[in-house]
Design a protein around this ligand. Structure first.
Ligand code: SF4
Ligand code: SF4
Length: 383
C-alpha cells in the first residue's frame, strides 16, 4: 500500500497532548522497545509509532492497534536518553485514535477544546434538570419536603419506572455510539490493512480475548512490580463501575427502594463494595496526578481531570444521597438525587463513547483485533 506523508500530522496531534515529550529528538536507539514489558515480535512499539509520527505517516498511525496494547507503565519514558517521553506519546495517540474512530466528530471537539467539553457537560446537566423537574413529582406540600407524610419516598417523587426509561434511553444511545465507533476501529485496524487477509474463523477463535482482557486487564500484570497497585486499583475501579452500571440499568427496581434494608442486605452490600471501589480508585488517581511522582501521572491532559472530577462528584453525590435517605432527610434526599443525576448523566454521555472512559471498550477490542490479525498472519506464513 502506498503511504501518503501528511505534513500537518503534528499540528493535528498537538492538541491531543503529543507535544509533552521531545519525540522529534528520538534517534531510534530502541531502548524504549527493549524496555517495554508488553511489546513482542510483530508489534515493536513505542518506537514504531514515533517513527510514523516523525515521517508524517498518518494512515499508519490511524490503522495501528498498538497504542491500545500499551498500558502506560511509563518504563520506556524513564529509559529514554532523549526525553522523547514515548509513554505519554502512546497516551496521546490513544486520544487521537478515539477521535479517528468517532464518526460524529464529538470526540475530537471534546479532546481539543476545553470550552466545548465544559459547555457540553453544562448543557447535558441542564437538560437532565429540566427533564427531572418535568417528569418526576417534585414535592409540593411541606409534609412531603420534610418527610412527615410517610418518610423519604424516593419512588413517589421519582418513580423507578420513569428513571428506568431514562436509563434505557441513555444506555441505548451510548451503546449505539460506542458500537458504531468500535465498528470504525475494526475498519481501520483490519479492513484497511491489505497486507493481511483475515479468515472468518479467526474472529471466533480469538473472541474470548475481548472478555478476558475486559474483566482482568491481564496485560497490565506484565508490567513491573511498581505498577501492581496501579493495576489492582484500576481493575477494582472498573469492576465497581460495571457493577453499579449493571444495577442501575438492569435492576433499578431492586436498587432504588424506599425501604431501608439492613446493612448485610445484598442491595446495600453490593452498593457499598462498588462505592468503595470507585472512591478508592478516584482518590488514588487524583493523588497520583497531583503528586506527579509516577511516570504515568506526570502529565495530565485536561480531559483526565474532567473525567476524575465528574466521577468524583457522581460518587460523592451518590454517597450523600444514600446517607440522607437512610437517615430520613427527605428534602436533602430529593435535591441530592437531582444533583446526582446532573453529574452522572453528562459523565456517562461524554466519557463512555467519546472520551476517557471509552478505553474500557477500545482496549480489549484492539487486543482482540490484534490477536485476530496475528492468528491470520501465522496461517498466511504456513501456507
Ligand atoms: S528510547 Fe527514546 S530515543 Fe530511543 S528509540 Fe525510544 S524514544 Fe527514541
Ligand atoms: S508505557 Fe509501558 S507499556 Fe507503554 S510502551 Fe512504554 S513501556 Fe510499553
Amino acid at each position: 500500500m502506498k503511504e501518503r506523508i501528511d505534513p500537518n500530522l503534528y499540528n493535528d496531534l498537538e492538541k491531543f497532548g503529543i507535544d509533552v515529550g521531545n519525540w522529534n529528538e528520538c534517534y531510534h536507539c530502541g531502548n524504549c522497545t527493549a524496555t517495554c514489558p508488553l511489546t513482542e515480535k510483530g508489534s515493536l512499539f513505542p518506537r514504531k509509532e514515533i517513527r510514523f509520527l516523525q515521517l508524517g505517516l498518518k494512515n499508519e498511525l490511524a490503522t495501528s492497534a498498538e497504542p491500545w496494547l500499551c498500558y502506560y507503565c511509563g518504563d520506556c519514558s524513564k529509559k529514554c536518553p532523549r526525553d522523547a517521553n514515548p509513554g505519554e506519546l502512546m497516551m496521546s495517540l490513544r486520544r487521537y485514535l478515539t477521535s479517528i474512530y468517532d464518526w460524529t466528530g464529538l470526540a475530537k471537539r471534546i479532546y481539543t477544546s476545553k470550552i466545548f467539553e465544559i459547555a457540553t457537560i453544562l448543557v447535558i446537566s441542564l437538560i437532565v434538570m429540566v427533564l427531572y423537574l418535568n417528569f418526576t413529582f417534585f414535592p409540593s406540600g411541606e409534609g412531603a419536603w420534610t418527610g412527615n407524610d410517610g418518610g423519604v419516598l424516593i419512588n413517589k417523587i421519582a418513580p423507578w419506572k420513569r428513571i428506568h426509561f431514562g436509563d434505557w434511553l441513555m444506555a441505548g444511545t451510548l451503546a449505539f455510539f460506542l458500537i458504531t465507533n468500535i465498528f470504525n476501529m475494526w475498519l481501520n485496524i483490519i479492513v484497511k490493512d491489505k497486507s493481511v487477509k483475515v479468515p472468518f474463523i479467526a474472529y471466533f477463535t480469538e473472541v474470548f480475548s475481548v472478555v478476558i482482557n475486559f474483566f482482568t486487564q491481564k496485560r497490565f500484570n506484565k508490567c513491573d512490580n511498581d505498577n501492581k497497585p496501579y493495576w489492582v486499583i484500576h481493575l477494582f475501579l472498573m469492576l465497581s463501575y460495571v457493577m453499579l452500571f449493571t444495577m442501575i440499568v438492569f435492576f433499578l427496581q431492586w436498587f432504588q427502594t424506599d425501604s431501608v434494608h439492613p446493612v448485610w442486605h445484598p442491595q446495600r452490600l453490593l452498593g457499598y463494595i462498588s462505592t468503595i471501589g470507585l472512591f478508592v480508585g478516584i482518590i488514588y488517581f487524583i493523588n497520583n496526578r497531583i503528586k506527579k511522582a509516577k511516570e504515568n501521572s506526570k502529565y495530565s491532559h485536561y480531559t483526565d481531570w474532567t473525567f476524575l472530577v465528574m466521577l468524583f462528584l457522581t460518587t460523592l453525590t451518590g454517597i450523600l444521597l444514600h446517607f440522607f435517605r437512610i437517615n430520613g432527610m427527605a428534602q436533602a434526599t430529593y435535591i441530592t438525587y437531582l444533583i446526582h443525576l446532573m453529574c452522572l448523566v453528562p459523565m456517562l454521555t461524554i466519557e463512555v463513547p467519546f472520551s476517557k472512559w471509552s478505553h474500557l471498550a477500545y482496549r480489549p477490542f484492539a487486543i482482540y483485533f490484534a490477536n485476530v490479525k496475528k492468528s491470520a498472519l501465522k496461517k498466511q506464513v504456513k501456507l
